[in-house]
Design a protein around this ligand. Sequence first.
Ligand code: ADP
Ligand code: ADP
Length: 585
Amino acid sequence: MLEQQNVARLISAYGGTLVNLMVNGEERQEWIEKSSRLPVVQISPRSLCDLELLATGAFSPLTRFMGKADYQRVLNEMRLESGTLFPMPVTLSLDPKVLEGGVEQVVLSDARNNRLAVMQIEEAYEWNADEEAQLVLGTTDPRHPLVAEMKRWGKVYVSGAIKMLELPRYHDFINLRRTPAEVREMLTEMGHENVVAFQTRNPMHRIHEELTKRAAEEVNGSLLIHPVVGMTKPGDVDHFTRVRIYRALVENYYDQKQTLLSLLPLAMRMAGPREAVWHAIIRRNFGATHFIIGRDHAGPGKDSNGKPFYGPYDAQMLLAQHAPEIGVQPVEFKELVYLADAERYEEANKVPEGTKIFTISGTQVREDYLAKGKQLPEWFTRKETSDILQQMYPPREQQGICIWFTGLSGAGKSTTAEILVSMLLERGRQITLLDGDVVRTHLSKGLGFSREDRDANILRIGYVSSEIARHGGLVITAAISPYLSTRTEVRKLVGDERFIEVFVDTPIEVCEERDVKGMYAKARQGIITGFTGVDDPYEPPVNPEITLDTVNFTPEQNAANIVRYLEVNGYLPLATPPMGLSRAN
Ligand code: ADP
Ligand code: ADP
């Protein structure tokens, strides 16, 4: 091996590299022409997941990022150019600058610069985010997690043959990470003709145990528990926590001879019906003959108007139409609920009227139990699951949060934020204040006010905030943050539950009258350009957690209202009443 490496190094000195290649799951050695001199493109975590699944055959028959003909037909008809059913675009976006000067090959690398593949640029084409979102997701609402993300993708998609240099490296749960070929082999060894696969992106509770066990019994075969560990919906329980739960459950409550737990590095799109069809195709490639599909499969939650993006059984209907073509039979479930008196689970449509039923939603798990440090009931989840969740999700008042002020210049963000900081310090919390003006003197020094620079500034503040909040800290930001999609991106980065958006809703006339820094006057005279509210847009929040009125209320009153919001929502323990006063007063 050492010798081989030396040879490779020697040759690379002459402008080429001898590498171990993975081609369609098989390893072989090949000479890569001057790959060391090719442009290196760092691909996103999403594209990294896609690349791996293309390379291992999980997206079969697709083996490359889609070219225009495939892409267009997938958007419009859910089919590849060849006619094969494939409901989801799998594309690689690039900044067109990378291709300047007629680049023919690029090296694809991960964020740590590990070189993963060499890709031939056979095609580059423009795409339209709104068109893609509308056709694939059925919406352009920025509350859809993929819609917000798509705005940041490169302007062109590229396609061409891919040679893998190595598969992405993992250091966690490596004995549960397997290629489709490896999974198929293990399932064959189990010896059952039928295999039912279970997709999940959530911790498994008793309801999921019930779904999976019923399904395995129904098909009289093996069960493939196949959780997604690539990218799921922002704010989901992280995969480290989830996999510990799956592992504990499979060890303690499932028939080992019939159950296989394997991890899937898929980047979910949260596309509901189309995603369900895609999931079934992927599981067929892993050797499944059946696929569990329940309520609201791959649903992204609610839109800006509070309405679910997809109907609860839309995914079942679309998969049912296409299942014969895929060669995977759906095992459908209506919503399962717990019958309190009979102490068992049942599908909601089979429950007689008037029966006492119990349900706990994912949101309730987080808000009514974990956030309050309350034990989850035994009928709902196994003790192993509850213990792991409680360890990872301490009560809300010990968790980190980000209080994100947004509003026009002079609206009163900094003034209110500073008062809030003092009030919270008095309550014994450590706080970081990231003020837009101050941040521009260090973290974002050198950035201007073009749309790109403003976005970069906000994303930097967002990134730092997400780290602080993730580690249990309290961070307050005060920056104009004028663009809706950028704030949505930041919300995603920080996590919805930790993100408290405070819209300082001061009318522009009032801000202009205050004109603290004399900026409005300069903007009106044209001395400065691109000033928010004058010749650059301010896009107000759609559903902010808090809206402040600075015309009728003082900064002190507004800060006190935010403190009250934190108390009512469990982020801050209730204040001890002053001596001699009872709370009833
Ligand atoms: P996703 O569908 O986004 O992967 P989950 O991990 O919550 O999200 O769901 C995994 C599978 O279990 C899906 O097929 C889903 O429809 C099904 N499921 C989850 N909860 C229920 C329930 N209460 N009743 C019926 N099916 C459910
Ligand atoms: P921003 O940080 O939003 O650019 P600043 O807080 O720096 O705004 O400036 C707001 C200005 O408006 C300050 O001079 C402040 O004293 C004044 N002001 C008047 N009334 C209020 C109020 N109710 N809330 C906040 N600021 C107010």
